[in-house]
Design a protein around this ligand. Structure first.
Ligand SMILES: Cc1ncc(COP(=O)(O)O)c(C=O)c1O
Length: 338
């Protein structure tokens, strides 16, 4: 009988550490709407340096970071090339249409990346009555494909293919990509005009994402953040734990990746038909198709394991700071016993 619930629904369930709670208590704060919160300013500068960009803006969520990126990189009526399963396309309740009045030119991203030849075709299709693709959005790690990473060689080719069009990197789990590939965040982000990352997922902060890019664009991002209602006042209360997440939680992500692999191997063993689809997944997310997702999730829940659907017919396990070795092993045992 299960004694504790093993919550693998998302890395967003992570609780702030005692140090994070203390840092919130002690944070020096001011009115960030007036640019006077030193803790927010420090977080923004630290993040910008960490990803090799000029400036950054602290925002309440990853969705808002993506929405602001759309609003500063496009104009209403534009078309943005992006993968079908990217968060900005399929998991933001249609916000891109509502907030930025753009449409997407969808590329196949079942394995996390696009076929760059398909991307070239889409961009060359520009002209006459064809929609003009004016920006490119990529996601790394790519959540819906099981946290897959973009190979750095492919990322490096993007600016040449984009031919001056801005590129946004949705790096909600950017640091998982850094840890899994051994390529620095600066290098991963080098081909992107703007990059966003969430501090509230594997990094365990309670709230917050950061958007970084050229200083001029970040000044525009502050205006769009205000328009979306995301400008905060004494934001240092949440920026302090977010800063701790950025400074102290990145290396730990390797543990999440190792534990996800324990679960992934059990899934491959129990469901050999889907084993091939798990190849290439190497971070903290395990994703696989199953014909009876609700029944599978109910069966897991009855044994103390919480997982979730990530799309119709697709199951997702996500490891995080509260999943230790014993929990990963127990999950593997339960999966094998299904
Ligand atoms: C790839 C990706 N981008 C953006 C987001 C949005 O982050 P938030 O939930 O903080 O709005 C998520 C959240 O799961 C995500 O996985």
């Amino acid at each position: 009988m299960a004694t504790t619930t093993i919550d693998l629904r998302s890395d967003t369930v992570t609780q702030p550490t005692p140090e994070m709670r203390q840092s919130a208590f002690e944070a020096i704060v001011g009115d960030d709407g007036m640019g006077e919160d030193p803790t927010v300013t420090l977080l923004e500068a630290s993040f910008a340096a960490r990803v090799g960009k000029e400036a950054a803006v602290f925002v309440p969520s990853g969705v808002m970071a993506n929405q602001i990126a759309l609003r500063i990189l496009t104009r209403p009526g534009d078309t943005v090339a992006a993968g079908r399963r990217q968060h900005v396309v399929g998991y933001e309740l249609g916000a891109a249409g509502r907030n930025a009045s753009i449409q997407f030119q969808i590329l196949d991203d079942a394995l996390g990346t696009f076929d760059l030849n398909e991307l070239v075709e889409v961009l060359e299709g520009d002209g006459y009555h064809l929609p003009s693709v004016t920006a490119l959005f990529v996601e790394n790690t790519h959540m819906a494909s099981g946290g897959r990473t973009w190979p750095i060689e492919q990322l490096r080719r993007l600016p040449e293919i984009a031919q001056g069009r801005p590129i946004h990197l949705d790096g909600a789990r950017l640091f998982n990509a850094e840890v899994a590939t051994g390529v620095s965040a600066v290098e991963i982000c080098a081909s992107a005009t703007t990059v966003s990352a969430c501090l509230s997922k594997g990094l365990s902060a309670p709230v917050g994402s950061v958007l970084a890019g050229p200083a001029e664009l970040m000044a525009e991002a502050r205006v769009e953040r205000k328009r979306l209602g995301g400008a905060m006042r004494q934001g240092g209360i949440i920026a302090a734990p977010a800063l701790l997440g950025l400074n102290t939680m990145v290396e730990r992500l390797a543990e999440d990746h190792r534990r996800a692999q324990i679960i992934r191997e059990a899934v491959a063993q129990r469901f050999p038909d889907v084993a091939a689809s798990l190849e290439g997944q190497a971070t903290n997310i395990v994703v696989f198709p199953h014909p009876e997702v609700p029944a599978l999730l109910a069966s897991l829940a009855s044994k103390g394991i919480l997982a979730g659907p990530v799309a119709p017919g697709v199951v997702r396990f996500v490891t995080h700071r509260h999943i230790d070795d014993a929990m990963a092993e127990q999950t593997a045992e339960v999966v094998l016993s299904l």
